[in-house]
Design a protein around this ligand. Structure first.
Ligand code: AP5
Length: 207
């Protein structure tokens, strides 16, 4: 499980780790954004919360995760990214899955802000770029499908400040929950994506 503040690089590392170890990548943020894009009832209920930087209500997120975790590709194992965000979600997860490790991505706030401000995503395939750290080959266009890249609505400064506050108030207690169970592994998430990936591999191999 990857926990950490917005923009810490959880999604970037989760995609790499899942590919390398043939695991499913379960991101509640991606599930919710897909639901918004498809206009499903879940997406319509979640949209305003996400745009404002608030958490989506627990019952909605839990329903989506329960369905995702039950799919066949998650049976051989998964990387959980961005879930749980509240103590109620953490307690509900106890009944759904057994965890090997909880990695807590740690990064100073000025670096988080720089990563969030520079993030661009492909609205078609969901690929994530950064204008300076991992730019696309052609500026503003996705390498895979040539679609114009966008900024996430919740990466606007007003929403980012709400997300950071929500993280401190509602998700930091989740770190304590796993620390008390001896599962929490802090990870220095600074430096390039390759450097972070190497640190992550070393940390997981020590398990
Ligand atoms: P979610 O999508 O989970 O957002 P988040 O947790 O805020 O995390 P981010 O996606 O912003 O950041 P990340 O750590 O994955 O960073 P990334 O790898 O992209 O959630 C969005 C919203 O959905 C929530 O606010 C909430 O409304 C709702 N939601 C989701 N889950 C929920 C739940 N469980 N309960 C309730 N509501 C929920 O990297 C960021 C940028 O930095 C990218 O541009 C990347 O290219 C770049 N980058 C990454 N690593 C590096 C590096 N090492 N060096 C330089 N640049 C880097």
């Amino acid at each position: 499980m990857f926990l950490g503040p917005p923009g810490a690089g959880k999604g970037t590392q989760a995609v790499r780790l899942a590919r390398a170890r043939h695991l499913a990548h379960l991101s509640t943020g991606d599930l919710l954004r897909a639901a918004v894009a498809e206009g499903t009832p879940l997406g319509r209920a979640a949209d305003a919360h996400i745009r404002a930087g608030r958490l989506v209500p627990d019952d909605l997120v839990l329903g989506a995760l329960r369905e995702r975790i039950g799919r066949s590709d998650a049976r051989a194992g998964f990387v959980l990214d961005g879930f749980p965000r509240t103590l109620a979600q953490a307690r509900a997860l106890d009944a759904m899955a057994e965890l090997d490790a909880v990695v807590s991505f740690e990064l100073p706030e000025p670096v988080l802000l720089e990563r969030l401000a520079g993030r661009r995503i492909c609205p078609k395939c969901g690929a994530v770029y950064h204008v300076s750290a991992s730019p696309p080959r052609e500026p503003g266009r996705c390498d895979r499908d040539g679609v114009e890249l966008r900024q996430r609505p919740d990466d606007r400064p007003e929403a980012v400040s709400v997300r950071l506050r929500v993280y401190a108030e509602q998700t930091e207690p989740v770190l304590a929950y796993y620390r008390e169970r001896g599962l929490l592994r802090p990870l220095d998430a600074s430096g390039s994506t390759d450097e972070v990936a190497r640190r992550l591999t070393a940390l997981l191999e020590g398990e």
